[in-house]
Design a protein around this ligand. Sequence first.
Ligand SMILES: [Zn+2]
Length: 476
Amino acid sequence: MAYIQFLGAAGVVTGSKHLINTAADSTGKNGFQVLIDCGLFQGQKEWRERNWQDTPVPAKEIDAVVLTHAHLDHSGWIPRLVKGGFHGPIYATPATVDLCAILLPDSGHLQEEDAEFYNKKKKSKHTPALPLYTFDEAQDCLKYFRAVEFETDVQLCPEMSFRYVRAAHILGSSMVEITLKRNGSSRRLLFTGDIGRVRNHNVAPGKVVRSGPQEKESADVVVMESTYGNRRHPHDDPRPQLASVIKQTVARGGSVVIPAFAVERTQKLLFILKQMMQAGQIPAIPVYCDSPMAIKAVEIFLKHKEEYSEDTQRLIDSSGSPPEWPGFTFTSTPAESKKINASRFPCIIISSSGMATGGRILHHLAQRLPDPRNTVLFVGFQAPGTRGATIKSGARTVKIFGEEVPIRAQVAAFEQFSDHADPPELLEWLRTFTRKPDVTYLVHGEPDAANQLRNLIATELKWNVDVAEWMEKVRV
Ligand SMILES: [Zn+2]
């Protein structure tokens, strides 16, 4: 009836891009073509180079894009697709549309900065180095976005429709239920995007948006993420240990630097720090949220109250919104950001990008990593090949701005703040399905993670599970 081709996030956690073609055969001719997600490859060079390759079908022949959520590994290739000739609608939930409106131009800006940096240092093999896309190009693609509310049917073409259901991963995140109809028969496909944590707040503390993915799903074919397929989140409350790391750092006169995604993770951290300060668990030292993106993300977050968890609503009711909190500084200009470098007193700096692949976190790391009084605290997944992964792995130096920076600061990592369900949580969710799918394809995981999750699902649920391969076409 149709086929799916995995154009990204197969054998790797970035570059999510899955093409559905309704053509009757695998030549793809005359089919309606939809991309589910259109993400950037990040991390290792081998993956990043794929960002420069065109899609196997010309971009102008793709009819629509359906986004699951705003993270760049799911949305960040859109400007390139538009640059390549795509002019169709890009569907997303209202909060995802708002988040993409800040994330994509920022990504374009970072691409331009990178190219400029390499040109200055003459370190590029391509002369001159070009950005994958620019700020303006990213801004330009926003006009193709169409907001779609949850649980609203959208007819893509006579034989295909979709609707969004909640994924509980980040603000606006969704799963995509696709219905294919032809010759009186019908097939249901479910693309999970990234799947959020369970509803239990003790197991997944600090959740600022509602927890728990949509239950009682049914589908013939499931395309599911496997980021944490080989790991389990610790099930203890991270806050006591977090408090002790912060207190020790302050006691030795150091500061805490936290690389965090501007969207979701930063908000989560702000709320946790505020709660811990109010409870007297950590000293009320200055907190710098050094990311213009994070400020904009907070504004978007405050606009979409329908997505709040009860804890978030309670804290906002009692303490106001983050920009009003005393001691919390949101820095938007580069000059304000540089001023933080001059701060000699213990403070907490939250900045992005979350895997230290770019952004203002780099100058904070370059300045604070060599000093053993400081702590670098990781609260998110660090993809292999990123600076974040290098620092977290215990390396003695890391390359920042072309220089080897010694790592003498304490390095701590917490896995509990993840917005991805772990295997027991995924199984708990899959058990709510009303029937066994014909086949489940695992994507968005390193090979070991995807394989371990496949074995677990096959053994525990007796489902037919395959690990998707890059560029593989499967008939649905
Ligand atoms: Zn995500």
